[in-house]
Design a protein around this ligand. Sequence first.
Ligand SMILES: *Cc1c(COP(=O)(O)O)cnc(C)c1O
Length: 433
Amino acid sequence: MSEINRSASKELYNTAKTYFPGGVNSPVRAFKSVGGTPLFIKKGNGPYLWDEDDNKYIDFCCSWGPLILGHNHPDIFNETVAALANGATFGAPTKKENELAAIILKNIPFIDKLRFVSSGTEAVMSAIRLARGASGKSKLVKFEGCYHGHVDSLMVKAGSGLITLGTSSSAGVPEALANETIVLPLNDLTILSDTLHAHFAEIAAVIIEPIPANNGLLLQDKTFLLSLRALCTKLGILLIFDEVISGFRVAFGGAAAFYGITPDIVTYGKIMGGGLPVGAYGASNELMANISPEGPVYQAGTLSGNPVAMAAGIAQLTNCLKPNFYELLASKTLKFVSVINNHARNKGYAFEIFSIGSIFWLSFSDNKRIAAADQINPDMQNFNMLHKSLLEHGIYIGPSGYEVGFVSEAHSEEVLNVASERFCASLDVIFSK
Ligand SMILES: *Cc1c(COP(=O)(O)O)cnc(C)c1O
């Protein structure tokens, strides 16, 4: 396989660098960890992407999760265009907000009310304000390795001890704010229980990605999640499931439905907007009564519940409710992953793909990882080589070894067969070096 032609992407990137910090509008797009020029994408259709040099790829990044039906799904296209024909935004209530809310609330019984926002970050930011406003407490507990958007209080990492107050992991986040956040290791019940028992009087909420998928795929023991739920209930702490990535992905009701565990507040994003910018947070009637204009917790948005985005979300989620939608997606993914894993095992490569539902993660180790501390991955060099080789074989995955990949409905068995062959060929290339 030869080096792919990136001349058009290179030229665009050079111009973009004069317009945007690092040439991008979100850091992970920059190919900083894998090296080389980020590909500028010209179009997508079904499971495929084309870059500005007209190279074609099977896409497993799927815009980092939203595209569970693949690119350019006809229902989403038609509904979005039809909505747009009536005007892009009004800043007044529209029927479509009710329609999308009804689809979600009818199928996710543990939330009574929602508020639509425009991104996952905004959903999380609003959910923690709700938790603090409703509880009158200010501290938050988060887990090392979970990402909750670029929310100030959650841009924190653990210090050196096991139970530590957060230290800010971004310039511009005051330490005073980081100090309101306690960072705990995932999947460690003893530390969790000790911390919550010691500090429950100050802790407004515990926030977790119930399926942590932003730092590798750190699947938690179900007993840990069940105990977390029980501890929060016992100690009067609100439990927030950040389901921006797992919501409508592993099941319509996300990880909460998948595991049968009910959070107090839930956040959604990515899939629910059908590729347009939408997020939401939801909870019981009682909790949501705290949100303005009903209650004292202020939260607003000029484009919240935007009718074009609502139309895309309605089309997307209606498709997700088709019979066996999630079963089919999971079985296709498992087959795809198994073919590659069998190849790696037969050849003795230190490589395994972990997956849940239609989410998968490439690990250069066969150790199952469940806590962020295990994530200090010595093998990013291998990932970077694999990423390069996959691009050369026409497979597009996110340009970071800590990111997961996604299979969409548009990835047919035929496409996945081609993709698994190319994956195996790429593994042969990098493990023969
Ligand atoms: C992507 C993500 C976010 C942030 O969502 P944006 O739409 O990028 O702001 C928050 N939480 C989780 C779990 C995510 O995966």
